[in-house]
Design a protein around this ligand. Structure first.
Ligand SMILES: Cc1cc2nc3c(=O)[nH]c(=O)nc-3n(C[C@H](O)[C@H](O)[C@H](O)COP(=O)(O)OP(=O)(O)OC[C@H]3O[C@@H](n4cnc5c(N)ncnc54)[C@H](O)[C@@H]3O)c2cc1C
Length: 398
């Protein structure tokens, strides 16, 4: 039986960031993955989505070109080209990741991993032992418990579309309180039946997307054999990302379900590597993790909202609709709003919520401020390049 210092199950953001660090420290590392390595974010999440979002942003810009005195003809999206462009970024990922793993000296094992006991995993009949394990198996879409659930498509399918469906139903967008009761298909189109405020309704569609959230992908691992405690939210870990019921086992990324974000998964991989190599020295801290919803325009947030902040702090809020401010008007942006939550005693930034074209970039200024205790006075005193959207923050805080 092969013996390693560390066995990592899952070659996505969390597993890879742990694998490289532990291997670099000279430990024997194996990485098991049943599919192509590289992870959801690179293959069917953040990056391919960004290609599509960018195409829609460019379309939007061109459609409003005349406002800026730029005259264009008819514009349209060539979906097949967008699809090919997306693949130019996703296709090379598995091979380049395999090479990086080989260069780092990580042994790659292909197949589905499951635990045999507290210190052993098996892949296709072969068993492997290790001093430590990282469960980094990610997540999968939540299965809906309704007749016809198998007919629902998932985000992977949506990202593979080569032409847009004429009619689409999204289940789980979280906007309208409606409950899907069944999905049927005649082969060409779909019928979604749902109830809303007690009444039954139906919608016909060409594509029905299951967007009802993702759950940790841990079913195949046979975790009871490893004595690793789980809940519906995933593997239960302490602040060092270690299972308390089996301290050999760590979990990171979507498999333990704290945030379901790629940079958080990578960060957790780094925390795990450090705690494995040096003993439990680093606690996870999510206080300054920025989040962005990549709508057009995007919505971003970090730290505390006004309501949460008021539970513990004396709070001062700077909120503004900046849509008609000079720089946003010049840019022809349809919306720009911001809300900054400040501790009125210390002047420290507690949280920020931004909505507008640069929201997902500018939010990092506030993440940095929260992390390093930068005050509102510091942000006001700073000299900003002009005319930049970042410079509007100074005016907002003035
Ligand atoms: C459509 C979409 C868009 C997204 N956009 C963003 C975004 O813009 N920004 C952002 O931060 N996050 C985004 N996310 C979330 C982000 O992709 C995930 O949070 C992140 O990729 C999770 O990384 P991970 O390492 O936990 O798991 P993954 O990257 O999913 O890796 C898990 C790996 O484990 C393997 N595996 C699973 N079970 C087993 C087993 N039993 N044996 C062997 N191997 C196994 C899988 O094959 C897989 O390769 C998006 C997600 C989706 C679906």
């Amino acid at each position: 039986m092969k013996q390693f210092d560390m066995i990592i199950i899952g070659g996505g953001s969390a597993g890879l960031s742990a694998a490289y660090r532990i291997a670099r420290a000279g430990r024997r590392v194996a990485l098991i993955d049943k599919g192509p390595v590289g992870g959801l974010c690179s293959l069917a999440g953040c990056n391919p989505k960004k290609v599509l979002v960018r195409a829609s942003e460019v379309l939007e810009t061109v459609r409003h070109a005349a406002e800026h005195g730029v005259i264009t003809g008819d514009v349209t999206i060539d979906w097949e080209r967008v699809w090919r462009r997306k693949h130019s970024f996703t296709d090379p990922v598995p091979d380049s990741t395999e090479k990086s793993l080989a260069n780092a000296g990580v042994e790659r094992v292909r197949g589905v991993a499951h635990f045999v006991d507290e210190q052993t995993v098996a892949v296709g009949g072969e068993e492997f032992r290790a001093d430590g394990f990282v469960i980094a198996t990610g997540s999968h879409p939540r299965r809906l418990d309704v007749p016809g659930a198998d007919l629902l498509k998932i985000s992977d399918d949506a990202l593979e579309l080569q032409s847009p469906p004429k009619r689409m139903v999204i289940v789980g967008a979280g906007v309208i309180a409606a409950q899907v009761t069944s999905v049927t298909s005649d082969g060409d189109s779909y019928r979604v039946e749902f109830t809303r405020e007690g009444a039954t309704d139906v919608r016909d569609a060409d594509f029905v997307l299951n967007a009802a959230g993702r759950v940790p992908a841990i079913e195949e691992l046979d975790l009871p054999k490893a004595k690793v405690q789980t809940t519906l939210r995933g593997v239960v870990v302490d602040k060092f990302l270690r299972s308390q019921t089996n301290p050999r086992v760590f979990a990171g990324g979507d498999a333990h379900g704290a945030r379901q974000l790629s940079p958080v998964s990578s960060y957790e991989g780094r925390v795990i590597a450090q705690n494995f190599l040096q003993g439990d020295v680093r606690e996870v801290d999510y206080a300054t993790v920025p989040q962005s919803i990549f709508t057009t325009p995007p919505l971003a947030s970090v730290g505390l909202t006004e309501t949460i902040a008021k539970e513990k702090h004396q709070v001062e809020v700077r909120a503004s609709d900046m849509t008609r401010w000079l720089l946003y008007s010049i840019a022809g942006e349809p919306v720009a709003r911001a809300k900054i939550v400040i501790d009125s005693g210390t002047g420290r930034i507690l949280g920020a919520q931004l909505f507008g074209v640069t929201a997902s970039e500018n939010i990092h200024l506030f993440a940095l401020a929260i992390q390093f205790g930068v005050t509102v006075e510091h942000l006001k005193e700073m000299v900003y390049a002009y005319p930049t959207f970042a410079s509007t923050i100074q005016s907002l805080l003035a």
